[in-house]
Design a protein around this ligand. Structure first.
Ligand SMILES: *Cc1c(COP(=O)(O)O)cnc(C)c1O
Length: 252
């Protein structure tokens, strides 16, 4: 399914050329899947933004992606994202922060992130607002929605506001200095059919758009479920493995 192999090739020209070819194949394979899913759903491919999730992969891969025309980049940990963004400061990239975010990291992330997908509480929105305002930046924020019906977000450990709390959080973001409300984001529950979950997300997204017509982003779909996400109205896909190959496990 994936066109790319494992990362970590040497920096010699031959290794870089090989890696470039791998990533190019990964992009072609994912674009083909997107095209097929859009055709099946009667959607226009141009409605879809593909974000390359580059966590665990080196800055050299980000550079190759940019050279191949993929300039939307996603990361999930500040300690990894910050130096990578600095190394790639000369490239015309849009940085998406997609991971759980502690309030005390808000200021650091506000220094480089253009879009934060994981805003799941008012306290975090306030911290991002203060940091963005101070840095003279505008950060687009998405409300992360928990799609797990059984466990509370704390229990499931994946983050996300309960659907019932989303409107209030969306209002808080929309009214905050330095922030712009972009829409919603979700990760499908592990081991469950993603379709009903993404269908619930679509309903939450429609509700948010009812109050904030400009908040049109629906960030959903990863390597394993991008077809279902597109069927349910996703506008932004966050794809790692299918573009870049397997990641080594991170011990937390
Ligand atoms: C890692 C990650 C992705 C990409 O996952 P793949 O299965 O490798 O495509 C997407 N979204 C979030 C929040 C992630 O942490």
């Amino acid at each position: 399914m994936t066109g790319a192999g494992t990362a970590g090739n040497g920096n010699d020209g031959h290794g870089a050329e090989h890696r470039r070819a791998e990533i190019s194949e990964g992009i072609a394979a994912v674009r083909k899947r997107i095209a097929a899913a859009c055709a099946a759903a009667g959607r226009d491919e141009r409605e879809i933004t593909l974000i390359a999730v580059t966590k665990t992969f080196p800055a050299s891969d980000v550079r190759l992606l940019a050279g191949l025309g993929l300039t939307e980049v996603g990361e999930n940990r500040d300690q990894e994202a910050r130096p990578k963004a600095a190394e790639c400061a000369d490239l015309p990239l849009t940085w998406h922060f997609v991971g759980r975010l502690q309030t005390n990291k808000a200021r650091a992330v506000a220094g480089y992130a253009d879009v934060v997908h994981s805003v799941d509480r008012v306290r975090l929105a306030r911290a991002l607002s203060e940091a963005a305002d101070r840095a003279g930046r505008t950060i687009r924020c998405l409300v992360q929605v928990s799609l797990d019906e059984a466990a509370s977000p704390q229990e499931q450990g994946r983050g996300g506001a309960s659907p019932g709390d989303v409107p209030e959080l969306a209002d808080a973001i929309a009214g905050a200095a330095g922030l712009e409300l972009g829409g919603v984001m979700a990760v499908a529950p592990l081991g469950a059919d993603p379709l009903p979950a993404f269908t619930r997300l679509a309903a939450v997204a429609a509700r948010v758009r009812g109050n904030h017509p400009g908040a049109r982003i629906v960030s959903a779909g990863m390597s394993g479920d991008l077809e279902q996400a597109i069927a349910c109205g996703a506008t932004h896909l966050r794809v790692g493995t299918a573009l870049l190959g397997g990641r080594r496990a991170i011990v937390r």
